[in-house]
Design a protein around this ligand. Structure first.
Ligand code: ZN
Length: 499
């Protein structure tokens, strides 16, 4: 029997969110819990388990798992210490029982801790110290990952999501398992090429189904699926993770065909660079967006406030769009989410059916100024519900639905992902029944909002995950980089990795 270890460390942070991520931001799994937790879900690990199950000569060994429940600010040193030690301890323990023959790590790539700006690289370097240089390691990543030298030097090959919005977590796990077995079976000798592109990107053209980025990813996927191909994709990094290696990268891994990997990765990178200006967000100033909403005659207007996207790492406590709607006297029905533990507590104190006057907004991120509102408490909940896409439980803490005249505000105690409609559904609220919805996510799957909305506007509000990238205030990432700097010159930086 061949022993394969699986472990997970997955988080995306926004360095510009002032609230650090603590251990409670993670779903932690001991080795005894890891597989049982993933099997019912559509995650990378469940996809990998499914593929490994098809073989009778494999013994699966579970390691530690840490998966962020939702993104947040930089991980605290204390949380990182616990996670990294638990992760590496689980590998030490597995290695002690008997020799490991292969490793699959489910990583994300856009994590950052107070005292460690390349957590994934650190875990891989330390893992090699435990298991040695010989055993194959394959790791999977989100395409928002920040890929680094320590990661690429210590993996035999890597895989990356091919979709944005991400709907191929399970398939990425399956691909990773397949790739690892191919290497373990001696059927593949990976050579991996990375071409770094000094550009940060955002906006609608990143949607792989419809955008220019999708065309580039398709080229990488075609190489992955070719005879000599093993893996291919494009990392765009997470523009909000301000770490030294933040940039975009094309990655192509082939079966011992360095020329194919270099040629194709270089070509895709050049095309990506050519299109960099199109791969930016086109945003409308908040007053203009609200004026357009006021002028809309029918149907639902969606105001996308990606600057406060919890799934990208923001707090979800921006009231900027809300305040402008009130200021301009928007009269249609509004549905909006907001993180504000104190306002929730006040609503709980008032009770269902009673009026309450509270300050909302800026509860966690001081860049927002609280506004006073008076509304009727319509519903109170414990904020426990399932994510409509992958099915796992999400925890918003206590929640309150507050009706302020025409505005229905869903107040949560803890930031919860808003890249789908789970929070609204959990409170019996259906976006299509409203005249206007504030969506705090850069993109959702089209059927959730875009395909049926009559007006759809990406607003230029302030926030720690603003798509207006030069406003964020990067201080750590490599410069120059487009669009933070003017006149950036493109010289392809090609690195070949082989173990
Ligand atoms: Zn992502």
């Amino acid at each position: 029997m061949k022993r394969i270890l699986i472990a997970e460390c997955s988080q995306e942070i926004a360095s510009f969110n002032p609230v650090p991520s603590q251990l409670e931001s993670f779903r932690l799994a001991t080795p005894a819990q890891l597989f049982a937790e993933h099997r019912p879900l559509r995650t990378e690990i469940s996809g990998a388990l499914h593929h490994f199950d098809s073989r009778t000569d494999i013994e699966l060994v579970a390691g530690f798992g840490a998966r962020s429940i939702t993104s947040g600010g930089t991980t605290s040193a204390e949380a990182w210490k616990f996670i990294s030690e638990s992760f590496l301890d689980s590998i030490r323990a597995a290695d002690k029982v008997a020799k490991l023959d292969g490793i699959y790590f489910c990583l994300h790539g856009a994590m950052g801790a107070d005292d460690q700006l390349d957590p994934e690289g650190f875990l891989l370097v330390e893992t090699r110290k435990i298991v040695g240089e010989q055993i194959p390691i394959v790791a999977s990543f989100d395409l928002h990952g920040v890929i680094t030298d320590p990661v690429l030097k210590n993996c035999d090959s890597i895989t990356v999501y091919h979709t944005y919005p991400h709907i191929d977590l399970y398939e990425t796990g399956e691909r990773s398992a397949k790739l690892l077995l191919k290497i373990m079976d001696g059927k593949a000798k990976p050579v991996t090429v990375r071409v770094r592109i000094p550009a940060l990107v955002r906006g609608d053209e990143l949607k792989t189904k419809t955008g220019i980025f999708g065309q580039r990813v398709a080229e990488a996927v075609a190489i992955e699926n070719s005879d000599k191909g093993l893996s291919g994709g494009i990392f765009i990094g997470n523009p909000f993770t301000d770490v030294p290696d933040l940039s975009s990268n094309v990655i192509i891994s082939t079966n011992d065909d360095e020329k194919l990997a270099v040629d194709t990765a270089t070509k895709i990178a050049a095309e990506f660079w050519r299109d960099r200006a199109k791969l930016q967000a086109f945003l409308t100033a908040v007053p203009d967006a609200v004026a357009q909403a006021c002028a809309a005659k029918s149907g639902t207007t969606i105001l996308v406030d990606a600057a406060d996207a919890t799934s990208s790492g923001a707090c979800g406590d921006s009231n900027v769009v809300l305040a402008e709607l009130i200021k301009q006297g928007y009269s249609g029905t509004v549905l909006a989410p907001l993180t504000d533990p104190a306002a929730v507590a006040a609503a709980f104190k008032a009770g269902v059916g009673n009026d309450v006057t509270v300050n909302v907004g800026g509860a966690l991120d001081p860049r927002y100024t609280p506004i006073e509102v008076t509304g009727k408490v319509q519903m109170l909940s414990d904020g426990e519900f399932n994510n409509e896409a992958e099915g796992e439980p999400w925890h918003a803490g206590n929640c309150a639905v507050l009706k302020i005249k025409n505005i229905t505000l869903v107040l949560v105690s803890k930031p919860v992902s808003l890249h789908n409609r789970s929070l609204f559904f959990a409170h019996g609220l259906f976006p299509e029944k409203f005249d206007l919805v504030i969506v705090k996510s850069p993109h959702c799957q089209d059927h959730m909002y875009k395909s049926w909305a009559t007006t759809y506007i990406n607003v230029d509000a302030p926030g720690s995950t603003s798509a207006n990238l030069p406003t964020l205030g990067h201080t750590i990432c490599r410069r120059p980089v487009f669009p933070l700097d003017a006149n950036v010159e493109y010289v392809p930086e090609i690195t070949v990795y082989r173990r």
